[in-house]
Design a protein around this ligand. Structure first.
Ligand code: SF4
Length: 356
């Protein structure tokens, strides 16, 4: 069962369709009531049980007595010069997380968090400094989408819809796989969820390889954060993740993963000056992923205060990308989004830390 709130009420946002059907059955209600409740939350954005007006007053009262909708609260929005917006979000127990909205041409991607803090200790990441405070519930994961969409609707005359989700915010999604899976199921359900295409959802992992299959089975995209061309390098940059699964084992797991037809993995590679950004690194990387259906996102490091790492210069970045491309690896250079508000990759956690 999903967790109860502090006042011991069930959070309806944490129930999948199957969970809601069981809940509805347990109340002695007709099965169709499950879809009614889900549609109120995900398609009409209702935040309170009493607004579900196609339930009888008696049923609404009963539902309100035993359950609630733990709608997250946006406490601050920091706007970047490039249009990116970072949302500081408070959860029902007072914990805070960060969520980033990245508008690009015809897309509006929401980068959402899956944990308060993170259990891993990637050395280039600000979130790691928080440590793991707790996992998010399924409701708190999908709730980030709902409250940001609500914010967009309140602040725009012709509000656009969020189109894509990347689970690359605070936390390691695969260390919280149950709630992540439930939230994704509600995101992609057409009739009573958000109706997002699974292809528009990407889950990023630091390499918890035994959970890869759980993500692939949902039909969503899997991104694996490699960041190193040798095991020694990865040990230095991502010690906890590499202890869970060494670089050779991680690559072997990626190679043997059964992907659906015409789908491919994304490898993420954060470029750190003088650490993993040499031409030899690029050649080794190309060799080690050869034959895996994949693309590579090269992410020049977004500098954070107090970090020992710096961003490579432009020529080094372009040469790294060029070496991969010349070896027939589809390679994209990730533009930094929102670095001036610490909203870019690896920069989340500064505001949340002040709230803990
Ligand atoms: S990069 Fe991701 S997995 Fe690593 S510490 Fe940061 S949030 Fe956690």
């Amino acid at each position: 069962m999903p967790p109860l709130t502090s006042i011991e009420k069930l959070d309806l946002l944490s129930l999948t369709k199957v969970g809601m059907e069981k809940f509805v059955h347990a109340q002695g209600w007709k099965p169709y009531r499950a879809e009614q409740i889900l549609r109120w939350m995900y398609q009409r954005g209702v935040t309170q049980v009493e607004h579900m007006t196609d339930l009888s007053i008696q049923d609404r009262t009963h539902l309100g007595d035993i359950a609630t909708i733990n709608w997250p609260t946006i406490t601050d929005v920091v706007q970047s010069r490039d249009g990116t917006a970072k949302f500081l979000i408070r959860l029902h127990d007072g914990a805070s997380i960060e969520t980033v909205l990245i508008p690009e041409r015809d897309r509006r991607t929401l980068c959402i968090s899956t944990q308060v803090g993170c259990s891993l200790d990637c050395r280039f990441c600000l979130t790691a400094e928080l440590g793991l405070k707790r996992n998010l519930t399924a409701g708190e994961i999908i709730g980030q989408f709902l409250c940001v969409q609500e914010h967009i609707e309140k602040t725009n005359k012709t509000p656009p819809r969020l189109t894509n989700v990347v689970m690359m915010g605070m936390g390691e999604p695969l260390a919280n796989i149950g709630p992540v899976r439930d939230a994704i199921q509600n995101m992609i359900h057409g009739r009573c969820g958000l109706g997002l295409s699974p292809r528009r959802i990407t889950v990023s992992t630091a390499g918890i390889h035994h959970k890869f299959k759980d993500i692939v089975e949902l039909g969503v995209n899997l991104a694996v954060s490699l960041n190193a061309s040798t095991n020694e390098q990865r040990n230095a940059i991502m010690p906890a993740a590499n202890q869970l699964c060494s670089l050779p084992d991680l690559l072997a797991a990626c190679r043997s993963l059964a992907l659906p037809h015409r789908r491919r993995l994304t490898f993420e590679y954060v470029l750190l000056r003088g650490v993993n950004d040499s031409p030899q690194d690029a050649v080794r990387l190309a060799g080690s992923i050869r034959g895996i259906p994949c693309m590579v996102n090269v992410i020049p490091f977004n500098e954070i205060p107090g970090s020992p790492y710096t961003r490579p210069d432009e020529a080094t970045i372009l040469e790294f990308q060029d070496i991969l491309i010349r070896r027939n690896i589809d390679t994209y250079l990730r533009k930094s989004k929102g670095p001036d508000v610490l909203g870019a990759c690896g920069q989340l956690g500064a505001s949340a830390r002040q709230m803990l």
